[in-house]
Design a binder for this molecule. Sequence first.
Ligand code: ADP
Ligand code: ASP
Ligand code: MG
Length: 609
Amino acid sequence: MALIVQKYGGSSVADADRIKAVRDRIKRTVDAGNQVVVVVSAMGKTTDGLVALAESVSTTHAQTFDEIAAKEREIDLLLATGEQVTIALLSMALQAVGQPAIAMNGTQVRVVTEPIHTRARILYVEPVQIKAALALGKVVVIAGFQGVAIDEKTGLPTNEVTTLGRGGSDTSAVAIAAAIEADICEIYTDVPGILTTDPRIVPKAQMLAEITCDEMLELASLGAKVLHPRSVEIARNFGVQMCVRSSWLDDAGTVITSPRIGTGSLETLEVNRFVEAGSIDYDQAKIALLQVPDRPGIASQLFKSLAEKGINVDLIIQAVQETEGVNDIAFTVPKDQLHLAEVVTRSLEIGASSIAVDTNVAKISIIGVGMIGRPGVAAQMFSALAASNINIQMISTSEIKISCVINASDGETAIAAIQKTFEVPVQLHQRNIGLTENSEKSPSVRGVALDRNRARIAVQKVPDRPGMAAKIFEQLSEQNISLDMIVQSQSDRDVNEIAFTVAIADMTKAETALNQVATTLGYGEVSCDSGISKVSIVGSGMIHQSGIAARMFSALADTGINIEMIATSEIKVSCVVRDHQAEEALKLIHQEFNLSGDSIIEVPSALKK
Ligand code: ADP
Ligand code: ASP
Ligand code: MG
C-alpha cells in the first residue's frame, strides 16, 4: 500500500465528464490498495475568468501601494472560489460511486502561509486532518492554490484567505505530499509529461522519460509552465518523489529525479534556508567589449569563434545601452585561456569601441533553490558587498544562483561579508563541483523554454560606485517584485546601465518604485519595454561542452533575430528577443539542437477549442 498524492490541473477537470474520468482514475488507484489525497485546480479557465471579472469592476488603476494591497486581498478571496467548486464536485462524484471522500479547502486543512496576498509562500501544512480522514478510508480532496495566512504576532493561523500565485496548485500538491510524507506526488495534466519544449508551439516536441530537479527548476522558472517552479523546489528540499503524467492516457510520464536527499524543515516549508552555499572563483579573467553595434550576429560571431578554439566561456552578459543603440558585452574565461581568448576577440572585426581585459577579478556566488522568487536575497547580497565598500563589476543571475564579478583584491572581504550575511561557508570554487556522475552523459540541451510574460526595465546613468545595485534592488524587493537576468553593463564611462527583466504584471509597480528614488540615488531615466520575450536553453550536460551558447546565438543570427540581452549560468543560456520574433526563435533553437521527435504531441485541451 502506498500513500499517493494526485494533482489534477484545470484542463483535467474542465467539465463534468472530465471530473468523472478523474474520479475513475482515483477509484482505480484506491482499489489497487493505495491511500489517495487529491489536489485540484479550478475547472478549465475559471481562474482567468475570475481575474477578468475583477478587472472589469475595478478599472480605475490602483494608485498607491496601500490601494494595491487592499485590492489584492479581495482578489485572493475571489480566486480561491474556483478551486472550491472543483473539490466539492469531485468529492460528490466519488461518493456517488461508493467511494467515501471528503473535500477540504486550504483553511480547513490549514495550509498555512505568509500573510501576503496573491503570491503567498507556504509555511506549513497541518497533516492531522488529512491523516484522520485517510484513516477512515476516505479520499481527501483538497483545493490547490490557496492557503490561510498566519498571524505574525501570535504565530497562529487567521481566517484570511491567501493564494500562492498563478499555477500554484502544483506547489500545494508537493507541499501536502511533503507534510504527509507521501510516497509519490503525481501531477496529472494535458500533456504526456515533460517535453523538450511546449508542444503548442512545436508539435513534434519530444517526451523526456526523466529530468533532474535542477534542470526542471530552470525550465519551469524560465517559462515552461507545465510545473510551478516552487513545487520543484519543495520536491528537492524534501526529497518528494514526483512525476508528470497525462490525465487522458495511462503512459508512465516523466520522472523528476533528485540527486540529493531533502534537508528541509516541515515547520517552515517554503521559507527554509534561502542560501545553501557560497563560492568564490579566483581563476577567472574578464574580457569586456564596449559599444559594440547593436545588430544581429555579433554575439554569435564572437562566441562561435571562441568555441571553435575550445575556449570555455563561463559568464556572459550583454546589455543594450538603450540611449546609444550599442551593446556592451562582457564575459569571463578561465585564466589559462585568457590569452587565446583575447587574441580571438581582437582578431574579429565587430566594431567595438574598445576591448578591455582584466585578470584581476574574482567571481563570488551564492547558491540556493530557496531564493526563487525571493527578490530580497539579491538585494541582501549587493548590500552586503556595498557595506564592505566593494564595487560590483558584473552581475549575473539565474533563479537559483547570483554571481558578482568583483576586483580580486576584494575577495577576502567579500567572503567575510557573504559568510556573515547568509551564515553559509564560502568555498573556493572547484570546477564541476556538485555534479552527479551522470551529468557528463546528460544531453547538453534538455529543453527550450519561452517566457512571453516578461518586461525589460533599464535604469540609465547609474553612478559607478559601490552600493548602487543594492539600493536599486532594495526598492524592488520592498515591493516583493522578483527580477531576473540582471545585467549591469561594463562601461568605460563613469555611469552604468543596469537592466533586468520582471514579470509584465509587476512592470508598472517596479517603474513607480524606481522613479520615486531616482533623484535621491542620482540615476537617470527608468525605461520600460514590455515588447520583449525571453527564450532559454537548459541542460546539465552543457557544463562539459563548449560552444553551446554560440550555437544558440548563431541559430538566431542566421535568421536575423537580434539578441537584446544575454545571461548565462552553468546549465542555462537565456536571450531576450523582440516578442514578435519569440516563437520563431524558440522553433529555430529547438531545431538547432535536434530536439524534435517523430510524432506529433496532441494537447487535448488545446484541440477542444
Ligand atoms: P495544468 O492546468 O494541468 O496545471 P498547465 O497549463 O499549467 O496545466 O501546464 C501544461 C501546459 O504546459 C501544456 O499544455 C503545455 O502547453 C505547457 N508546456 C510548456 N512547456 C512545456 C514542456 N516543456 N513540457 C510540457 N508542457 C509544456
Ligand atoms: N487555478 C490556479 C490558476 O489558474 C492555480 C492552478 O491552476 O495551478 O493559476
Ligand atoms: Mg499548471
